[in-house]
Design a protein around this ligand. Structure first.
Ligand code: C2O
Length: 548
């Protein structure tokens, strides 16, 4: 591979949407941010310079960061933030991955405006395992708030009651004509007939899973979280925050007399107040006008796609089961077969005690928790504490392997629905093979949670609705062609089972990729210890690593 250099200047930029101008945090003045392109095997050197008042970090979401945890980016997990006037050089190599990922700010809610695509091409002369596209088009879904990001965060932290619904969903930063005074802010894709387009879909929205569809065109899913999958054709794609997926769109052989709407809108599994507004864009065919065709400006009819109901959990469950790796029985996926450590985590919201700065009902507030432990952000980075052996007072390694109560998702909430708080991690020996079952809880209400793990791809060996059955369900685990992912939707009122090999020494964040749940503590970390051999150890920290 080669080395590629990028410079990210964090600065303010005035942007107008929904008839209001506000100053937002950007990379290089762009919203959405610049595209990073690499080939598998390339080294990336990205220098981030902070020219704003906020502290900043950038995360390369889904990049495995083998032994380079210092470049991973979550604030107070792998690094202290880059402060005003400081710079930090993110230095890492892209190995064993190809497809679409994305980068985003990983501190507070700043990823609302600080995000952009990462395109990883296969090695030179290695073709895609699907038809070569005529053109590749990144499509980033996002959310837009009229209020500034700080106000939105503060709202979310108040007792955890406000649903923080954004004012618009966006396609490549544009809300589209269904929103007030946004007709001119519409994403348009001009296409030629009879060609294959590769759409690189990225859900960078903060708090919503999204359905996506294109009128009168089906989509062939070929990749998910930068891993090739067995192609399947669908009218509708479901994508959670943190997920990326590549789909092929084959245009009609002859330019039809119509313009086609593309649309995305939320899938809402929980009871939260939902926003059923829809962001739309257009697919316009290039037309060759005949000699008698003087009516250039003729308005073509607009065809609209159909999207599932906002709470269509059964669609969501079926869609997720379709995602399978390219492996087969003869050449099965590289799933750990013998598991050395098993974990069962409940994942959901519970009640915690209130701090004085918050408005609370009955002195309690909503908190997110795995196994009833709500994560408390330390004020130094866990990775430094780990590397320099100064963990005392920073974190403890007693994260519970199982929930503290007998779990039943449909029944009455357990008596101890009060969550505890702490900075707890699970510590693993190098190369531990892990099986983790994640069970959605209904202590507050069942809800789908996009679970994201840093530093690894994991295999989704099973999923189900209802309670996980430790006797029956494992007999049905898929060890042949499970999806290999960095973010999986844990179904509302259901469970997923994942496996991964702890072959990446460092400290790795795991959290719900709904920003509101992350803020409420639905997060934890895994510490993977060094192996014996020199190439099984975390590399030393770079000299410009920010200090807290
Ligand atoms: Cu995309 Cu820890 O996140």
């Amino acid at each position: 591979g080669i080395t590629r250099h990028y410079k990210f200047d964090i600065k303010l930029q005035n942007v107008t949407r929904l008839c209001q101008t506000k100053s937002i945090l950007t990379v290089n003045g762009k919203f959405p941010g610049p595209r990073i392109i690499a080939r598998e095997g390339d080294r990336l050197l990205i220098k981030v310079a902070n020219h704003v008042q906020n502290n900043i970090t950038i995360h390369w979401h889904g990049v495995r960061q083998l032994r380079t945890g210092w470049a991973d980016g979550p604030a107070y997990i792998t690094q202290c933030p880059i402060q005003t006037g400081q710079t930090y050089l993110y230095n890492f190599t892209v190995t064993g991955q190809r497809g679409t990922l994305f980068w985003h700010a990983h501190i507070s809610w700043l990823r609302a405006t600080i995000h952009g695509p990462i395109v990883i091409l296969p090695k030179r002369h290695v073709p895609y395992p699907f038809p070569q596209p005529f053109k590749e088009v990144p499509i980033i879904f996002g959310e837009w708030w009229k209020a500034d990001t700080e106000t939105v965060i503060n709202q979310a932290m108040q007792a955890g009651s406000g649903p923080n619904v954004s004012d618009a969903y966006t396609i490549n930063g544009l809300p589209g004509p269904l929103y007030n005074c946004s007709a001119k802010d519409t994403f348009k894709l001009k296409v030629k007939p009879g060609k294959t387009y590769l759409l690189r879909l990225i859900n960078a929205a903060l708090n919503n899973e999204l359905f996506f569809s294109v009128a009168n065109h089906s989509l062939t899913v070929v990749e998910s979280d930068a891993v090739y999958v067995k192609p399947f054709t669908t009218q509708i794609v479901l994508i959670t925050p943190g997920q990326t997926t590549n789909v092929l769109l084959r245009t009609k052989p002859k330019a039809p007399n119509a313009t086609f709407v593309i649309a995305a809108r939320p899938y809402v599994s929980g009871p939260a107040a939902f926003d059923n507004s829809t962001t739309t864009g257009l697919i316009e065919y290039e037309r060759v006008l005949g000699p008698n065709d003087n009516n250039k400006n003729k308005k073509l009819p607009l065809l609209k796609p159909r999207l599932p109901r906002f709470n269509d959990t059964s669609f969501s469950f079926k869609y997720n089961q379709k995602i399978r790796s390219l492996a087969n029985a003869k050449f099965p996926a590289n799933v750990p077969r013998a598991v050395s450590k098993k974990f069962f985590f409940t994942m959901g919201l519970g009640l915690g005690s209130c701090s004085t700065s918050q408005t609370c009902t009955n002195n309690t507030r909503l908190l997110g928790a795995f196994n009833n432990v709500s994560f408390v952000q330390p004020n130094t980075a866990l990775l430094q504490a780990h590397f320099f052996n100064k963990t005392k007072g920073v974190y403890t390694t007693d994260f519970p392997t199982n929930p503290p109560f007998k779990f039943n998702y449909t029944g009455k909430p357990p008596n101890n629905s009060m969550v505890t708080t702490g900075t707890k991690v699970v510590q693993l020996a190098y190369n531990t093979s892990v099986e983790l079952v994640l069970q959605d809880t209904s202590i507050i209400a069942p809800e789908s949670h996009p679970l994201h793990l840093h530093g690894f791809n994991f295999f989704v060996v099973g999923m189900g609705i209802g309670n996980f059955d430790p006797k029956k369900d494992p007999t049905k685990f898929n060890l042949v062609d499970p999806a290999e992912k960095n973010t999986v939707g844990v179904p509302a009122g259901g469970w997923v089972a994942i496996r991964f090999l702890g072959d990446n020494p460092g400290v790795w964040f795991m959290h719900c990729h709904l920003e509101v749940h992350t803020s409420w503590g639905l997060k934890m970390a895994w510490v993977v210890l060094d192996g014996k051999k020199p190439n099984q150890k975390l590399l030393p920290p770079p000299s410009d690593l920010p200090k807290c």
